[in-house]
Design a protein around this ligand. Structure first.
Ligand code: FNR
Length: 380
């Protein structure tokens, strides 16, 4: 109602309230390199499109007369009480979109009590982001550095400044084939963007022959070597357990057998995700993978979901398919690019308002109650 009441004085929102339109707004604002990097995906883009189609194909069957006048969006995830089943996904290199970068997104999340997951490839050192957030809930995403000392150093730094859960991203031991970036020969990391977390790390710097400012190109190449490591396998997870006290969540799980391996390895959760369609072209849509993972480990692990979530009804559908909560990727990144912290707050508020209304109008008073019976599959 706030928006409608403001409208009585002629004020309309600066950004669209249909969050699917943020991409077209951002395209007009950003240069082709940064925009292509954010909007783009792997191969011909079919996985990113499939993510949207898999959600759109499922339709909600609303229930009536269920007294939903008192609603509560709160959920518990990884032992933490959250105001809503939502976290901001880890997205690196945010300074290509806005100079305020990760601290602005983190402050927006903090203002709404939504956990912010800081990327390893952040353009801001993790300590600065932590400081911007005060005591608000924050989680740390790890791209597992090839060098154990660097990995250990990252975990120590993150723990020391209050990141409570670790999200280990499994689907990016190598960057995929991304034609939009290749055609424009644009990779933010090679411009030194997204390297700040690494460059501020004492163990990383110890591996350089010259200080970063004396030979930045060599430092960037050292980062690339540190970042890519397709040699990791399941037994390596024991190292993380030994070096991290809090919950560990594996991000990028699509196969139910991998979810079982995660549970057997003593992990606390998985994110069913195909990295927003950015890694394996032609892979299963995330929403199609979700039910099988929930069936395999839903009683043992926190199952979270991302890839393709744009609207409140998308969140509802993910919950109905068994996700405990969702991570939001590109929409908040577009919000940041369009209007800094205020843009991210706009996105969070719109998404949660739309989720609240979708729950209510479908006969639910809590994110915990939607289930498979609330959906049908549209055969078209
Ligand atoms: C990402 N994502 C990502 N994931 C991760 O674990 N670490 C990272 O540094 C990044 N960086 C990143 C950059 C950009 C520009 C995008 C768009 C995405 C993936 C992200 O966490 C999430 O899985 C997807 O964005 C979810 O899909 P949607 O919501 O963008 O469709």
């Amino acid at each position: 109602y706030e928006i409608y009441l403001n409208g009585m004085t002629g004020a309309v929102p600066r950004l669209p309230t249909d969050l699917t339109r943020l991409e077209e707004f951002t395209e007009r604002r950003l240069g082709p390199g940064p925009f292509g990097y954010v909007a783009g995906s792997a191969g011909d883009g079919s996985t990113a499109r499939a993510n949207r189609t898999a959600l759109a194909r499922r339709r909600i069957v609303p229930r009536m007369l269920r007294d939903v006048h008192e609603r509560d969006l709160r959920v518990e995830v990884l032992g933490r009480a959250l105001p809503a089943p939502l976290a901001l996904a880890p997205v690196g290199v945010l300074s290509i979109l806005h100079p305020d970068a990760e601290p602005a997104a983190a402050r927006a999340a903090a203002a709404h009590g939504v956990p912010y997951i800081l990327s390893s490839a952040s353009s801001t050192p993790m300590e600065q982001v932590a400081e911007a957030m005060g005591d608000a809930e924050r989680w740390f995403q790890l791209y597992w550095p090839r060098d154990r000392e660097v990995a250990r150093s990252f975990l120590e730094r993150a723990g020391a400044v209050g990141y409570t859960a670790l999200f280990l991203t499994l689907d990016t031991p190598l960057l995929s084939w991304r034609p939009r970036d290749l055609d424009q020969a644009y990779l933010p990391f090679l411009h030194g963007v997204g390297t700040a977390n690494y460059f501020s790390d004492p163990a990383f710097r110890a591996g350089l022959t010259k200080p970063v400012h004396e030979d930045p190109n060599a430092a960037v190449m050292h980062f690339v070597g540190m970042f890519s490591d397709p040699a990791k396998s399941w037994p390596d997870l024991a190292f993380l357990r030994e070096n991290w006290d809090g919950p560990i969540v594996l991000k990028g799980v699509l196969h139910p057998d991998d979810a079982r391996l995660a549970a057997d390895a003593g992990m606390d959760g998985v994110v069913v995700s195909n990295h927003g369609g950015r890694q394996v072209a032609g892979s299963v849509a995330a929403a199609d993978a979700l039910p099988r993972v929930v069936e395999a480990v839903g009683d043992r692990l926190a199952v979270l979901f991302d890839s393709g979530v744009r609207t409140g009804d998308d969140v509802f559908k993910a919950l109905a398919l068994g996700a405990r909560a969702v991570l939001l990727g590109r929409p908040y990144v577009y919000g940041l690019g369009l209007d800094g912290q205020a843009g991210v707050e706009h996105v969070i508020r719109c998404l949660l308002a739309e989720l609240d209304l979708t729950l209510a109008l479908s006969g639910h008073a809590s994110p915990a109650t939607p289930g498979p019976a609330d959906l049908v599959e549209d055969p078209r």
